[in-house]
Write a protein that binds this ligand. Structure first.
Ligand code: GLU
Length: 304
């Protein structure tokens, strides 16, 4: 391995939400994170992100693990299931509450929409409303339903939080968190943990040094960096991989009906994922093991 790429302490991960089997797009993220870990002489972990239980059909986690194994992508440790980690997320929430960053919110979605309308508009991103701050100073005697993170610079200060970060592929990125996202949810009204909190707690606890995942998640990174800052956790390096688009030009996702991966010939599936990552289409190898070994060499050249 070129000495410049070996990085002691490198730990990467693939963190699928088991809402269905892997599709061509999720294999790209799995492969990229595996290749990057191997290219740096690091460890590669798998975390099953099943916090949103109702959206995860029983057995989908095992299907995903079997699909990864079929492709030769084997984690270096037993996978972690987020559904078993509530006490860790609760501890992080309590810390944010104690520091004055997390507050209880009693508003329903309808009330939020109405308050935004009364303010003259309804800022929204990806179907999520930017919270108007109704309960920031207290839920006015109403029982809190959800817990939110204060997105301004201080519990008593309303200045905007700007997050700037360096993505290994996308370059320098900046987001005005207060304006673009607002006070985001940590624990939902239905009691489920929000992805943002769970991912930050787990990345830190698993010692993740490098997050490699699809570009559709890039927009979540500033929220995660903010939580890392407030919980005094390290910020990993980030690399967001190109999205795989379906025939209709939309990103492949389980929500828009992407087909489960065809794995009769795993090398074929890996080759197609590799092409989306900008690797040569004709890497040598007839078994997944052989092919992965040549892909690691090619990935080294790509990211060196
Ligand atoms: N669980 C997320 C998903 O499947 C990915 C989380 C992450 O990589 O940070 O979209």
């Amino acid at each position: 391995m070129p000495a410049s790429l070996a990085r002691p302490g490198y730990t990467g991960r693939f963190a699928p939400s088991p809402t269905g089997p892997l599709h061509a797009g999720s294999l790209v993220a799995a492969l990229a994170s595996w290749l990057d870990a191997r290219a740096h002489g690091g460890h590669w972990l798998v975390r099953i992100e099943d916090v949103d239980g109702p959206r995860c059909p029983p057995g989908a986690d095992q299907v995903i693990l079997a699909q990864l194994a079929r492709c030769g992508l084997l984690p270096d440790q037993t996978p972690l299931w987020q559904s078993q980690r509530s006490t860790r997320y609760q501890a992080a929430l309590e810390r944010l509450q104690a520091l004055g960053w997390a507050y209880g919110c009693a508003c329903s979605r309808k009330e939020i929409a109405e308050a935004l309308l009364a303010q003259g508009g309804a800022p929204e991103r990806h179907g999520e409303l930017v919270y108007p701050g109704t309960c920031r100073a207290g839920a006015q005697g109403r029982a809190p339903r959800a817990w939110r993170l204060r997105s301004s610079t201080g519990p008593q200060d309303e200045s905007h939080v700007q997050i700037t970060w360096q993505d290994r592929r996308l370059g320098s990125q900046t987001q005005d968190l207060t304006l673009a996202v607002g006070d985001f949810v940590l624990r939902r009204a239905d009691g489920l943990w929000a992805y943002q909190l769970a991912v930050v707690v787990d990345d830190a606890e698993q010692g993740i040094s490098d997050v490699v995942r699809g570009e559709d998640l890039a927009d979540n990174t500033p929220r995660q960096i903010r939580l890392q800052q407030l919980l005094a956790l390290p910020t990993p390096r980030y690399l967001h991989t190109p999205l795989v688009l379906g025939a209709n030009g939309e990103k492949l996702s389980k929500q828009n009906g992407a087909a489960a991966l065809q794995l009769d010939d795993p090398v074929l599936a890996l080759r197609s994922a590799a092409t989306s990552l900008g690797l040569p289409p004709d890497l040598p190898g007839t078994s997944s093991g052989e092919w992965l070994a040549s892909a690691v060499q090619a990935w080294r050249l790509l990211v060196a």
